[in-house]
Ligand binder design. Structure first.
Ligand SMILES: [Zn+2]
Length: 193
């Protein structure tokens, strides 16, 4: 019985974590416990962890056949967009590129002002767009602006809305780092490019 409760405890802890560094920390803890109790196996812990990762993709993206998302803009929030692009590119390098004279634009980024619920909107169409609503954005601090920009770029990459705290959380928050869910969803979207 004592062994059972240890197993339950580890499962609970793995469910509770989101960030990569904590995963490694807890995984280290699990391996330590493995040495003292024969009931644990590493594969069992990985299975438990994999089952709780939420992968959400749209099924299409704005990424071109060269596996690039080239963006052009007329936005006041360009520093937020650049920061967001850097975050995604740190996970898969070279996909998101700022438009140059020699690239064909995959998404146009611009601003508008309207009293609605949306700080950012990504629209697939004959011309793909990301639109920032200054009604909201101008009241946000730089971190929240960066979250919104990173989130909308995520839609352009083919990711769908995901869970609270993720970059792909549909509610603007102050997280600017990719979570397990964001990375796993990007992995799945990337396979369709
Ligand atoms: Zn969204």
């Amino acid at each position: 019985m004592a062994q059972m409760s240890k197993e339950r405890m580890i499962k609970y802890e793995v469910r509770g974590i989101k960030l990569g560094k904590f995963k490694k920390l807890l995984f280290g803890t699990a391996v330590t416990l493995l040495a003292t109790s024969s009931i644990f196996t590493i594969s069992k812990i990985q299975d438990t962890d994999a089952a709780i990762i939420s992968v959400k993709i749209i099924g299409y993206s704005m990424v071109d056949s060269g596996k690039h998302l080239d963006w052009g803009h007329d936005t006041a929030y360009v520093s937020s967009v650049r920061a967001g692009a850097k975050t995604w590119n740190a996970y898969k390098s070279g996909v998101i590129r700022e438009d140059t004279a020699t690239t064909i634009q995959d998404v146009w980024i611009y601003d508008y002002y309207q009293r609605n619920n949306y700080p950012g909107t990504t629209t697939y169409g004959s011309s793909n767009t990301i639109a920032f609503n200054s009604y909201h954005m101008d009241g946000y601090n730089s971190t929240k602006k960066q979250h919104v920009a990173t989130h909308e770029l995520g839609h352009a990459l083919g990711l769908d809305e995901n869970l609270t705290g993720d970059i792909m959380d549909p509610v603007a928050n102050t997280n600017v780092s990719l979570t397990f869910n964001d990375k796993a969803s990007y992995d799945a979207a990337y396979q369709k490019y």
